[in-house]
Design a protein around this ligand. Structure first.
Ligand code: GLY
Ligand code: MN
Ligand code: MN
Length: 363
């Protein structure tokens, strides 16, 4: 964990902050090894420049925290007394400082208010970018965990495809995917599998329901699992029994967009360049009006994390970054097609952790 603590201290200096506070969740897990329950009881860890980290913990979490052997001051609070005085104590320990950075996409209003209460003379500001920077580049263990999660998901999909038949519902297939992934060692799923048939596949984040499969339908699977805290997230779109010429043409455009995106992944390419090139290709196709979203996102301990693969993000890829390449086209009321890969930036270029075929398959 030492080099991870160094990273957060570096982020603090880079962001011109005096302290950084993280709540229960992936950043806390990354920094301490402890996966704490995000609940109504504030669980906050505060790093500052010249002091030990200060952990504000609900009393029932203290033993779990101690088992991590994480060097910090612990301020615990009991349900019967409430949490505000713990924040005041933390403020006294850390002292008068100008700026505390918090996770702007994660910290909730009551935790933010408690921070303001404990640090009344301090600016509490959104430091999302600085904090997210610590997890941008994955080490070999993290990459191995991601690869294992991807393999579990891919093997599970192969098994579930054997059960695809006329009349099967989205929910039935989603349930099978969950079971198959747990059977292969998944420790959880990050989101309920998106299994979308026909016009439902035109909803980029639709929900599996009671729609039944019939000939000519598209069948989109977008799902993943958690392995040692790391998450897979990939999509394949199939057709059942037959595919119309227009759907085949649209599929081949998405397939080519996915290939263009993957081939751009290497150290030094900007996220902007990837999304701009892929989106331009889709914009110049006959399907411009069916574009629904950016090319992809970072992947790791969260399904969507930094860096965003989007126009305007001029951050350059570095070795160890993991992103999704997931162009899609969505013809509302008719069909949606997406092909999503999980790609790691390597010294030599990139490696797609997802290896299932991308060409059109009619089941
Ligand atoms: N699933 C695509 C996105 O949210 O960007
Ligand atoms: Mn996905
Ligand atoms: Mn995704």
């Amino acid at each position: 964990m030492k080099n991870r603590i160094d990273k957060i201290i570096k982020a603090m200096h880079k962001g011109n902050l005096d302290a950084i506070a993280v709540i229960a969740g992936p950043n806390m897990a990354y920094l301490t090894g402890g996966d704490f329950f995000l609940m109504e009881r504030p669980t906050v860890l505060i790093f500052s420049k010249n002091k030990k980290p200060v952990a504000i913990l609900p009393s029932l979490e203290v033993d779990s925290f101690l088992s991590l052997n994480f060097d910090s001051e612990i301020i615990d609070w009991k349900d019967s007394e409430g949490y505000l005085s713990a924040f005041v104590k933390a403020g006294k320990i850390i002292g008068n400082i100008d700026k505390i950075g918090v996770e702007g996409q994660r910290m909730r209003v009551f935790e933010f208010n408690a921070m303001k209460h404990g640090f009344p003379n301090t600016e509490v500001i959104d430091a999302h970018n600085d904090i997210a920077s610590i997890r941008l580049c994955k080490d070999q263990d993290e990459i191995n965990n991601l690869k294992k999660a991807v393999t579990i998901s891919e093997e599970s999909l192969k098994e579930v495809l054997k059960s695809v038949k006329e009349g099967i519902t989205e929910s039935e297939l989603a349930e099978m995917l969950i079971i198959e992934q747990y059977n292969r060692g998944a420790q959880g799923i990050a989101v309920h599998p998106l299994v979308l048939i026909g016009e439902n596949s035109a909803l980029p984040h639709g929900h599996a329901g009671s729609r039944k499969l019939k000939a000519g339908d598209s069948l989109l699977f977008d799902f993943g699992c958690i392995y040692n805290g790391y998450i897979s997230d990939f999509t394949r779109t199939f057709f059942y029994k037959e595919v119309s010429d227009s759907n085949k043409d649209m599929y081949e455009i998405v397939e080519e967009a996915n290939k263009i995106g993957r081939n751009l992944v290497k150290v030094g390419t900007s996220l902007h360049e990837i999304d701009d090139t892929v989106t331009k290709f889709l914009e110049e196709s006959p399907y411009k009006k069916f574009i629904g979203h950016r090319t992809g996102h970072g992947l790791g301990m969260e399904v969507h994390e930094d860096p965003s693969v989007v126009r305007g993000n001029h951050l350059k890829l570095q070795e160890g970054m993991v992103i999704t390449i997931e162009p899609g086209l969505y013809d509302k009321g008719n069909v949606g097609i997406r092909i999503e890969d999980n790609v790691v930036v390597t010294k030599e270029g990139h490696e797609s952790m997802t290896i299932l075929p991308r060409e059109l398959i009619v089941l």
